[in-house]
Design a protein around this ligand. Structure first.
Ligand SMILES: NC(=O)c1ccc[n+]([C@@H]2O[C@H](COP(=O)([O-])OP(=O)(O)OC[C@H]3O[C@@H](n4cnc5c(N)ncnc54)[C@H](OP(=O)(O)O)[C@@H]3O)[C@@H](O)[C@H]2O)c1
Length: 238
């Protein structure tokens, strides 16, 4: 059965790998949103013209999200799953005492308000889909228990994304939805240039993160509604 899956931030990093892995199965149609195309994404589009739709969307800009959904509604009659993957960390090295209002607002708009708006706009299409899954890519830094005391703007926003997950999970439970937050692992992407340095902490590659998220979360058989899990399926503390 054909499945239609929306991924935000599909041009690089984990989002690009999720897109690549999904397209390996001819039963999947991907609607990928991006602010800027990359060579790899355009090559992927060339190879999968009828199963990959690329839509421009900046999750920080309400009009951009709404315009994107006008286009998405003309492409598909329903969505099976959405993966709120786009994210941004403005404060990687800043201590909380130095974080600015603009850092806080950027982090919140991209990591929390963006996904909220994407969920709201997706709901009419998700209600017509079969899987009814909403996957929010969070972070261990959004967990009170796991955060070692770092990146207050990014962590606060991911923590809020956890509450957005919790509330939607409860509001939509009776309609058969699964709303789940996932920590993708410590992943060597542009977001973590430190992982490319000698002696970097243990980490995984985006391909492994994407493949695991697909099997353990997106296509998981068990009930994950309202849960926070890691890429490998292990439970995460809120
Ligand atoms: N890498 C890790 O270790 C790690 C750990 C925990 C959680 N995460 C989460 O995993 C997700 C993917 O991150 P990644 O590691 O793949 O990072 P990445 O390589 O930096 O990719 C970030 C993606 O988000 C998109 N994005 C940023 N701001 C956006 C905006 N305003 N509107 C639309 N798209 C926007 C980027 O698009 P542009 O190319 O246009 O900027 C890019 O596609 C994020 O939610 C991140 O917080 C990552």
């Amino acid at each position: 059965m054909l499945k239609t899956i929306l991924i935000t931030g599909c041009n690089r990093g984990i989002g690009l790998c999720l897109t690549q892995k999904l397209l390996e199965d001819t039963d999947n149609v991907v609607i990928g949103t991006t602010r800027s195309d990359t060579k790899t994404l355009l090559a992927l589009k060339d190879a999968h013209r009828d199963r990959l739709h690329i839509i421009q969307m900046d999750v920080k800009i309400e009009k951009s999200v709404k315009d994107a959904f006008t286009q998405i509604s003309s492409i598909c009659t329903g969505l099976d799953a959405i993966i709120n993957n786009a994210g941004y960390a403005p404060d990687k090295t800043k201590k909380a005492e130095n974080v600015t209002r603009s850092d806080m607002m950027d982090a919140f708009e991209i990591n929390a308000l963006g996904p909220l708006l994407v969920i709201q706009q997706s709901l009419p299409l998700l209600r017509k889909g079969v899987m009814k899954k909403i996957i929010n890519v969070s972070s261990l830094l959004g967990s009170h228990e796991m955060n070692p005391g770092r990146q207050v703007a990014y962590s606060t926003a991911k923590c809020a994304l956890g509450m957005i997950t919790n509330v939607f999970a409860k509001e939509l439970a009776n309609e058969g939805f699964t709303v789940v937050a996932v920590h993708p692992g410590t992943v060597a992407t542009d977001m973590r240039p430190d992982l490319k340095l000698p002696g970097a902490m243990p980490h995984i590659q985006p391909e492994e993160s994407a493949e695991s998220i697909l099997s353990n979360v997106v296509f998981a058989k068990g009930n994950l509604n309202g849960r926070f899990v890691a890429w490998n399926g292990e439970a995460m503390p809120w």
